[in-house]
Each structure stands twice: as structure tokens, then as C-alpha cells.
Design a protein around this ligand. Structure first.
Ligand code: FHN
Length: 478
């Protein structure tokens, strides 16, 4: 057995002992829950393993709100474009009648899917229904759907087919909160509320089973609009529905936003255990260290401008650049998560030019460097100033995704004990080996040759077991 493997095993046994002691302690303090999490620890099945390896995804927010694009009667709405219905300046019924204007003549599902493919996305999350309640599929449980718009045709079916064709897995976004449904309530305070909400719950269940039936290749459901008291109080119903959906579609992926436990705890139940298959709370923020993700699966959803998900004519504030978005992708993967970049197509169905351009730029980088993003995980190494480490799942291969090159041109690397660098090279130039200079027990300088300025790049490290150096300096008595 190699020495580094032996050391690793000893450390693992030690960690297991500590962990078991902590677990026993935690178990002693567990409270009995009827509607807590269904599972402790990560899912190990193939569907979830694939999800874990996606690295990069695309989010799509599209619906009626894309028509006004953040502007009503020449006035800019100050919030997120997809929330414009909640603006006092607009009568709700006027907003709802946008259904009669939804005719996206430039919509081309194949083009959307090809754009995502070129960007390097491995999965897409698409809004089947946002908070306004408008359905992009012809639901038989409401009249407020695409079928009653001038467009008439299902939008979800061509999208699911086009993304499937490109090998991009589809996740269906679904907002539980539905401003258009007469039974929706923010809270349940009266008997009337309770009766109305019962009807709403059945409607929600029907729609979810309808979606799973109509789009059987979709890999999961991405829930939103679940934070109001009315829904938080439905622990038993939501738990039963989750069980029903999972039975209906084995392997279905559901994040931590779907339901609360009986004490109203969301994302994590009252025992601190993740509710669902992955943590879904990383919206427009990224964890900073591995401890922040508590050993769970997670993904981060991100907008290009500030908080705008649906199409907004006037992107305000800071607009993220390709390099910032790549850095976010690298950071997420380095901490074991996926990065999901949002697109808000226009009311006519076309993808806005800024998003197309970013997708192409990200895709250009991914063409050479995606090996450091796909099927990669937390490398177990300290973060360094130059960028992020990732590790190929199931192998020892390490990647340094470099965003800041020191003026010395030498990148410092600290490896685990008893490992050394066998080979190092740029992912873009695998035939030209780099000089890895040992500077102390496990520390190295990787000497770069020349790197294109302004371009993040990847250095591959192939570690090997460390040979005894014969250098007795460390052992000297001082
Ligand atoms: O309110 C929504 C918002 O419009 C958008 O859909 C984001 C995407 O994660 N989710 C909600 C806010 O958490």
C-alpha cells in the first residue's frame, strides 16, 4: 500500500471515530419529527451523481413579465422585472391580460438549447410557472396558460425536446406561490382562507403530477415561492406530496425549498438535516469555505445584472463579465457545487444579445478548460490567492483554475502530506511540462512560462506518492 494512501486511511478512521462520536451525541439530542428530512447524507444513485458532476447550468426565466421588460407606461419598475405584477402602479387585471399579447414569434427552442450547449451548460432549469401563475404548458387545471394566448402552442414540450437533444438535462422550475389562483393565500387566518387554500393545494398537486406526466424526461423540480406562512403550515400535505412525486418518478431531484417540517423549519429540518436532495438556498451568493455547505450537495443560481431574472430592458447596476462568471463557476465547483447562470429571454422569444455574447465567451473558455469543471469536486486543499483547486471525481488529478498570476510568475501550491507533483502542465498545452519546484516538505512553486493576459487558465497537477528525499535538513536539531 502506498504511504500516502495508508496515511489517508488512518486519517479517515480517525475522522470516522470522531464523526461517530459526534453523531451519537447529536442522535441523543434528536427530536422526533413526523415531517422532517427523508434522508441523512447525500444521495448515491446515478441520477444524483450525474447532477453532482454538471458543474455549469443555465436558468431560464420566461413568462408574461418579459413583455413589459421592467417598464410600464414608460416608467421603470424598481424591482425585479418578473415581479412587476406586484407593483402598485399596475392593476392586477391589466397585468393578467398580458396573456392576450403573448405571441413570441422569434421563439426558437433549438436555438436556446444550442446557445446553452455552446456555453457548456450540462443542465437547464426552466420556469414552467413563475409567481404570476402563467403556465408555459397547456395545463388543464387553469385557463391561465399558453394555450389561451395568441401563441396557443405548448412551450415546454419543444424546449424539453430541444435540450434533451443537446444532452442537457432539464429541471422544471415551479412556483408554488400563484398570484393568479383564487385560492392562493399568504397566510391562513379564517375558515374561508382554509377552504380556499385546500382547493389551491389540490390544484398544486394536480399541476405537479401533470408536469411529471407530460415531460417524463425532466430530471427534477426546482421549487420557488414556498416561503409564505400559508405553505409553511402545510408540512403534512407537502411531505405526502413529495413522497407521492418521488414514487411517481423514481430518481426525481427535489431541492431544499419545497417544504417545511412541522415546526416551520425550511431547508434544514428541526434536527438540522437538509430537506431534499441538495441545498437550494445559494441564490446570488456563493459559500466561502467548505464548512459553509455542511457536506451537502448544492447549487448557486446567479443573475448577470443585479437582481433581475426575467427580461429587463434596462439592466442597471453592475453587469457581471465573463471572467467574473467563470470565477464564480470555478469557486462553486471548488466547493463541491454547481453554478447556474440565469437568462431572461425577451417577450418576442429571442435571447438578448448581451446574454448570447456571454454564453459564447464562456463557451470559448469551456472548450479548452471544461475538464476542470465537469465531474469535479472539492480537492481538500487550502484555497490560494491565485484561484481555485478542483479535483476530478474518482481520481487524484488536480486542477488549479488560475485568475490572478503573481508578478513572480510562480504559483504556490501546498499538497497533502506524502504527496508530490508527478507532472504539471497547462490544460491548454498538455505536451509542455511546467517546472514544479519543491520549496519545503509539501510546498511547491509551479513556474509558468507565458500566459495570455486577461485570460483565466488551468494548470493540471498529477500527484504521486512522495519518495524519501534523503534531505535531513528538516530533522536537524536546532
Ligand atoms: O422571487 C423569485 C425570483 O423572482 C426568482 O425567480 C428567484 C430565482 O431563484 N427566486 C425567487 C426569489 O428567491
Amino acid at each position: 500500500m502506498k504511504r500516502n494512501v495508508r496515511t489517508f486511511l488512518c486519517m479517515s478512521i480517525f475522522t470516522c471515530c470522531v464523526f461517530s462520536a459526534q453523531q451519537a451525541d447529536a442522535q441523543a439530542q434528536q427530536i422526533e419529527l413526523k415531517h422532517g428530512s427523508h434522508r441523512i447524507g447525500k444521495r448515491t444513485d446515478a441520477v444524483m451523481q450525474k447532477w453532482r458532476g454538471y458543474g455549469l447550468g443555465q436558468f431560464i426565466h420566461w413568462g408574461l413579465y418579459a413583455i413589459p421588460g421592467g417598464e410600464w407606461n414608460g416608467k421603470q419598475y424598481n424591482g425585479a422585472a418578473e415581479w412587476i405584477r406586484s407593483w402598485n402602479g399596475i392593476p392586477k387585471s391589466t397585468y393578467d391580460s398580458l396573456i392576450y399579447k403573448f405571441n413570441p414569434v422569434n421563439f426558437n427552442a433549438e436555438e436556446w438549447a444550442v446557445t446553452a450547449k455552446q456555453m457548456g451548460a450540462r443542465y437547464v432549469t426552466i420556469t414552467t410557472k413563475h409567481h404570476d401563475g402563467f403556465c408555459l404548458w397547456p395545463s388543464k387545471y387553469t385557463r391561465y396558460t399558453i394555450a389561451n394566448s395568441p401563441w396557443k402552442k405548448d412551450i415546454m414540450k419543444p424546449l424539453v425536446d430541444a435540450y434533451d437533444k443537446q444532452g442537457i438535462d432539464v429541471i422544471l422550475y415551479f412556483s408554488v406561490m400563484d398570484w393568479n389562483h383564487p385560492g392562493w393565500r399568504y397566510d391562513i387566518k379564517t375558515k374561508e382562507d382554509s377552504i380556499a387554500f385546500e382547493g389551491f393545494k389540490q390544484f398544486t398537486r394536480n399541476q405537479l403530477l401533470e408536469l411529471l406526466t407530460l415531460y417524463p424526461t425532466a430530471k427534477g423540480l426546482w421549487f420557488d415561492g414556498t416561503w409564505d406562512k400559508s405553505w409553511i403550515k402545510q408540512a403534512a400535505f407537502a411531505d405526502e406530496l413529495e413522497t407521492e412525486m418521488r414514487k411517481f418518478r423514481p430518481g426525481l431531484i427535489i431541492g431544499s425549498r419545497f417544504r417545511a417540517d412541522e415546526n416551520g423549519k425550511r431547508h434544514f429540518d428541526s434536527n438540522g438535516v437538509l430537506m431534499g436532495d441538495y441545498e437550494q438556498g445559494w441564490e446570488r451568493k456563493i459559500p466561502n469555505k467548505i464548512e459553509d455547505v455542511h457536506g451537502n450537495d448544492w447549487d448557486c443560481v446567479m443573475t448577470v445584472p443585479e437582481n433581475q431574472w426575467g427580461y429587463n430592458k434596462a439592466w442597471k447596476g453592475h453587469i457581471k463579465t465573463r471572467n467574473e462568471l467563470l470565477e464564480m463557476t470555478a469557486k462553486c465547483v471548488s466547493l463541491g457545487g454547481n453554478f447556474v447562470l440565469n437568462f431572461g429571454p425577451q417577450g418576442d422569444g429571442a435571447i438578448r444579445k448581451e446574454e448570447k455574447q456571454l454564453a459564447a465567451q464562456i463557451g470559448d473558455w469551456m472548450k479548452t478548460n471544461s475538464e476542470a469543471i465537469y465531474n469535479c469536486e472539492y480537492a481538500g486543499l487550502e484555497k490560494q490567492d491565485w484561484g481555485y483547486f478542483t479535483k476530478k471525481t474518482g481520481s487524484d488529478k488536480l486542477y488549479m483554475i488560475v485568475f490572478n498570476v503573481p508578478v513572480s510568475g510562480a504559483l504556490k501550491v501546498k499538497l497533502p502530506a506524502n504527496t508530490s507533483i508527478g507532472k504539471s502542465y497547462l490544460l491548454a498545452q498538455p505536451a509542455q511540462l511546467l517546472n514544479a519546484e519543491e520549496i519545503s516538505g509539501t510546498e511547491y512553486f509551479i513556474h509558468l512560462k507565458n500566459t495570455a493576459a486577461g485570460n483565466p487558465f488551468v494548470v493540471v497537477l498529477e500527484p504521486t506518492a512522495k519518495k524519501a528525499s534523503g534531505n535531513t535538513y528538516d530533522k536537524a536539531k536546532t
